[in-house]
Design a protein around this ligand. Structure first.
Ligand code: SF4
Ligand code: SF4
Length: 176
């Protein structure tokens, strides 16, 4: 009978309403209260250090190339030990869409998305973060990773001088 069906539907709806009336509210009073975000949450971006405390970033420009909105810029420099680092490193967060592609592209795990909520600013210019603002003291999500332990620190001898290595060909000697 249609009337019985209607009553059943109404009672079903009311039972759901009553169930939720007695549930604990889940509303968080942001910004006074802050939820702990999951570890993989893509929040504000940081530059991390390796386990020895050195800067991980080698200024390879991969993050900058991967960024779909072109908001990362930097200049590479080389230290006395021959290792590269970023002389300056800048992210314009007013353009960043927190997509995480920079972190995916980074071979040294230097650039990472932190679970911190992003801080908004009144002035757009304040959304431009320099290296000093981005660089943290910690290692971030992978505490034991050191890029140079995997990649080595560079070629230490001229080409052709290694054991069993032939000297590079002189292309001019190949001309007819
Ligand atoms: S999260 Fe995305 S948009 Fe933001 S800097 Fe990284 S690649 Fe660019
Ligand atoms: S943060 Fe990573 S990807 Fe970007 S320049 Fe530095 S090492 Fe390369």
């Amino acid at each position: 009978m249609p009337i019985l069906n209607d009553i059943k539907e109404i009672l079903t709806g009311l039972s759901i309403t009553f169930r939720h009336i007695f549930r604990k509210p889940v509303t968080v009073q942001f910004p006074e209260e802050r939820r702990a975000m999951p570890e993989r949450f893509r929040g504000s971006i940081v530059l991390t250090r390796d386990p020895d405390g050195a800067e991980r970033c080698v200024a390879c420009y991969l993050c900058s190339g991967a960024c779909p909105v072109d908001c990362i810029s930097m200049a590479a420099a080389e230290g006395e030990n021959g290792l590269r680092y970023a002389a300056w490193f800048r992210i314009n967060f007013s353009r960043c869409i927190l997509c995480g592609m920079c972190a995916e592209a980074c071979p040294t795990l230097a650039i990472q998305m932190s679970p911190e909520m992003f801080h908004c600013k009144r002035q757009v210019i304040d959304m431009v973060y320099e290296k000093e603002d981005l660089l943290i003291d910690g290692t971030g999500k992978d505490p034991n990773y050191n890029f140079y332990r995997h990649a080595g620190t560079g070629v230490v001898q001229p080409r052709g001088h290694g054991a069993g290595e032939q000297a590079p060909a002189d292309p001019r000697s190949l001309l007819p």
